[in-house]
Write a protein that binds this ligand. Structure first.
Ligand code: SF4
Length: 479
């Protein structure tokens, strides 16, 4: 095996697991390639939060079956579906060489050796790995090198493929790097499979996190995104410090310019977290708070631990303390027994919360969850109608939110070239909005520039680096 390709489904945790697998494979001397057809090893990193990505992942592995017969490529299925189904997947896909749960990622070199010695298929979904996770930090090359790579855009998209490296010393740094601070979840929301497949919450020692962030900064990253299923319940196993304390320590460390975090459970949103976002210069003005439903009855059935009114109170407190904050969310429609009144409540809370951006989904029954035992009694037609009505409202709110950002100068962290227009650059505001912009000078990923945002184009902003000294600058500009 000389080359590999990783196809990633699902959330940022999976994207980060793919980065770690890529690093381990590069460390074994394998070379990343830009398409699965060129690869000796294909890894499909799966998501099982909803039925759709699960089906897509299975059809993706199926596509490589023929190549395995004719060219002898190897196929590994990783991620949450692997953890959930384990060896049962072999009855659907007997050609798999390995099935690896998210917490067995660090065992990849040993698994590859077993496969090559003819000991496959390897099943690595042990409870031991789940309860004692190994937080493999990324080993990274320099960011300058990555900016010259033609595969830069592809490497940062959902289909993860890192650019070629001369030496297998690690994967190139990104302007914005992902850092796992905890794994698992104790919340057991009734619809969610995560606690069942990723296990209970385990926080990573703050000292390890600080060390990894410093290493990323030394390699060129200017922003870190702290990852966890519910970062609000982070608790340093050594000092007992909570999440706001971790943010303070990272801010004080001063290694990176920007600190972000996902995801926050509304029930654990504390005044001290709001104060941390308001008061710490490096912590960006963005919070992702999953609403899921605006109906108190449905929220109860979902085991979410708050009401619509309590959610709105939290959102209002956040906006009062951090006027520039962008609040994003997730919403599910068509949960079992959701009626028209429940759905109206959702629309009302969504409008009142004035979300800046949202991900909306149709409820998907998941095996092993509490909601999976309830009758999935909302017709497909009604679910689609509700999703469409919700999305119309979200489009309206997102357009309002974007238009409020126009006509002003924003410090934008450069991520690379625009995905659609190679003559333009792409970056993010502190409130996590994508800005495509023209610049006369050559810019490297990781630089922060002041961009005058002039208009909304689709779901993104368009701007230019030409600065008008008469325009007001945002408080906290760092460019
Ligand atoms: S907080 Fe709820 S939705 Fe989020 S991962 Fe945990 S159980 Fe799933």
């Amino acid at each position: 095996m000389n080359t590999f390709y990783i196809h990633t489904f699902g959330c940022q945790m999976n994207v980060h697991d793919s980065e770690r697998m890529a690093q381990l494979l590069v460390g074994q001397g394998l070379r990343p390639v830009g398409s699965p057809q060129e690869a000796d090893l294909v890894i499909v990193n799966t998501c099982s939060v909803r039925a759709k990505p699960e089906h897509k992942a299975l059809s993706e592995v199926g596509r490589h079956q023929q190549r395995k017969k004719t060219e002898g490529c190897r196929i590994i299925l990783a991620g949450c579906l692997a953890q959930q189904e384990g060896h049962r997947l072999l009855s659907k896909a007997p050609y798999l060489d390995a099935i690896i749960g998210p917490d067995a990622v660090w065992r990849l070199p040993e698994i590859l050796a077993s496969i090559q010695d003819g000991h496959g298929p390897v099943i690595a979904v042990d409870q031991h790995d789940r309860d004692n996770p190994c937080f493999v930090p990324l080993k990274i090359g320099s960011i300058a090198r990555r900016s010259q790579e033609p595969d830069f855009a592809k490497a940062t998209s959902g289909r993860f493929a890192v650019p070629s490296l001369d030496k297998p010393q690690g994967i190139p740094a990104k302007a914005s790097a992902l850092v796992t601070i905890m794994k698992g979840c104790d919340n057991f929301c009734s619809y969610c499979v995560v606690p069942h497949v990723r296990g209970r919450e385990v926080s990573r020692p703050a000292e390890d996190i600080l060390r990894e962030v410093k290493a990323l900064a030394d390699a060129g990253s200017r922003e870190v995104v702290l990852l966890g299923q519910n970062v609000n319940s982070y608790n340093d196993p050594e000092s007992g410090t909570g999440f706001p304390g971790l943010l303070e320590a990272l801010d004080r460390q001063g290694a990176v310019d920007r600190i972000r975090f996902i995801t926050s459970h509304p029930k654990d949103l504390s005044p001290s977290l709001i104060r941390a976002v308001a008061g710490l210069d490096r912590v960006c003005e963005h919070v992702h708070l999953g609403l899921q439903s605006g109906s108190d009855r449905i929220l109860g059935l979902m085991n979410r631990g708050y009401t619509g009114a309590q959610f709105l109170k939290m959102a209002a407190a956040f906006r009062r303390a951090v006027p520039e904050v962008s609040i994003t969310t997730d919403i599910i429609v068509g949960f079992p027994s959701e009626d028209d009144e429940d759905f109206k409540d959702t629309l009302a809370v969504v409008r009142a919360a004035a979300f800046d951006q949202a991900f909306s989904f149709i409820y998907s029954k998941r095996p092993g969850t509490a909601a999976g035992k309830l009758p999935d009694n909302i017709s497909r037609q009604v679910k689609l109608e509700r999703l469409s009505a919700l999305q119309s409202l979200l489009v309206e709110l997102a357009a309002d939110s974007l238009s409020r950002l126009t006509g002003r100068i924003h410090p934008v962290l450069v991520e690379g070239r625009s995905l659609r227009n190679p003559d333009a650059y792409r970056g993010r505001t502190r409130c996590n909005r994508v800005v495509n912009f023209a610049a006369a000078q050559f810019l490297r990923p990781g630089e922060t520039v002041n961009v005058h945002v002039v208009e909304v184009r689709g779901h993104t902003l368009w701007g230019e680096t030409k600065v008008d000294p008469n325009l007001p600058c945002r408080v906290g500009d760092d460019g």
